[in-house]
Write a protein that binds this ligand. Structure first.
Ligand SMILES: [Zn+2]
Ligand SMILES: [Zn+2]
Length: 388
């Protein structure tokens, strides 16, 4: 093994958060691995790495700057390897890994991207997905847009490539986000609206159907994504109005009326906000029935205005904020949904969301910044191939 490897990075000194965009392909040192010191960790050779919505946030310098710069300062270095959606093969293990976690060299794994502390209040009471001290791979630790990375064995998720296609296995982590959102409330027999059919919204269409929702209404502006949502099983996809510039948070009364019409005047049982706009959050609150559930995933930062709070309280609407995945409850359901070939989910991810690899799987050897920017603008999901 050579001492250096190809990686996609951000460097605080070289790039500067406010004066650059994208990532830089460069040679960086392979992580040092000592079986005694790294007794509970593994060294992984990356096969495929998914490019996430949060990686888009880093690419355009819209999110995670503080976390990247703060963690680099703590580590006393300036270069961060980005990336957290992984499929790889274990090539070396610490001395305790076999006995404590059951992994050995040659095992194929994905990883939970939130590295939890295991000792805080939430970790102790079984809510470790909201650990008080979690670190995120590719943001507050070096990530998987690299030929190798070192990870704690406790974060890994074993993956059977005879059951899940490798390129699909590389997106188990974001698919798990959508699974977690769909676990917020029981979807069996329910009517559902998914507001925002980006990558996570498209996954949610498949999962809601797989978990037994009976009617799925998509809400999406982009025509390509709207068509994908139809292909994946939405009964209907509506286009919201572009809103009122004087009141950008305002909901769309026509969308509400259309969804009432589609649900016998009742409203949907569950609305998922996955577009990331304040107006979309208010649309979600307006289109659920009295006593319905709103699952909030898209709007994550800053202040948002809730229109007509009377509607939330007096109509008994439950709001759920969703972050990450339950560790590892969500991963187990993710695995079952993907490995069950009868539900068609795995094939739909490959054929429709990953577009059969057509222009969506980019080999790191050919990776070039401007061309990759084109790929991520043309497709909801891109995957980088490092090996395999
Ligand atoms: Zn992700
Ligand atoms: Zn914790």
């Amino acid at each position: 093994m050579s001492d250096t490897m190809t990686a996609l990075t951000f460097d605080t000194l070289r790039d500067g958060w406010t004066t650059s965009t994208g990532m830089v392909k460069e040679q960086v040192p392979v992580p040092q691995f000592d079986r005694q010191v790294d007794h509970a960790s593994v060294l992984i050779k990356v096969k495929y790495a998914g490019f996430c919505g949060s990686d888009r946030g880093i690419w355009w310098r819209k999110a995670f700057g503080d976390m990247i710069e703060g963690s680099l300062a703590e580590e006393g270095k300036t270069t961060r390897v980005i990336g957290h959606e992984l499929l790889g093969e274990i090539v070396d293990v610490g001395v305790k890994v076999g006995e404590k976690y059951g992994y050995k060299a040659g095992d194929v794994v994905s990883t939970e991207s939130h590295i939890i502390c295991g000792t805080c209040h939430q970790c102790r009471v079984g809510d470790s997905h909201v650990c008080q001290k979690d670190k995120i791979i590719g943001i507050s630790l070096d990530g998987c847009f690299a030929e190798y990375l070192k990870l704690p064995a406790k974060a890994l998720w074993p993956t059977d490539l005879s059951r899940i296609r490798a390129e699909v296995a590389a997106v188990q982590e974001p698919f798990g986000n959508a699974v977690h959102a769909c676990q917020a409330t029981d979807l069996r027999g329910k009517t559902v609206a998914i507001l925002g059919c980006g990558t996570i919204g498209l996954f949610a269409v498949l999962i809601a159907r797989g978990l037994g929702a009976t009617k799925i209404i998509g809400v999406e502006v982009d025509p390509k994504h709207a068509q994908m949502a139809r292909d994946l099983g939405c009964d209907v996809v509506l286009t919201p109005s572009m809103g009122n510039p004087a009141k950008p948070h305002a909901s769309d009364p026509e969308l509400r009326a259309a969804i009432r019409d589609l649900t016998e005047g009742v409203g949907v049982d569950v609305a998922f906000e996955m577009a990331g706009f304040n107006s979309s959050m208010n649309n979600a609150i307006k289109v659920v029935r009295r006593g319905g559930h709103v699952v909030l995933f898209g709007v994550k930062n800053g202040d948002a205005v809730i229109e007509d709070v009377h509607r939330v309280v007096m109509d008994g609407i439950q709001l759920h904020g969703i972050v990450g995945r339950q560790i590892f409850g969500t991963w187990e359901i993710t695995k079952r949904l993907l490995e069950d070939r009868q539900n068609g989910i795995q094939d739909a991810i490959w054929n429709t969301i990953l577009e059969r690899g057509n222009d969506t799987i980019v080999d790191i050897k050919n990776w070039e910044k401007a061309a990759f920017e084109g790929v991520i603008s043309r497709h909801p999901k891109a995957v980088i191939r490092f090996a395999g």
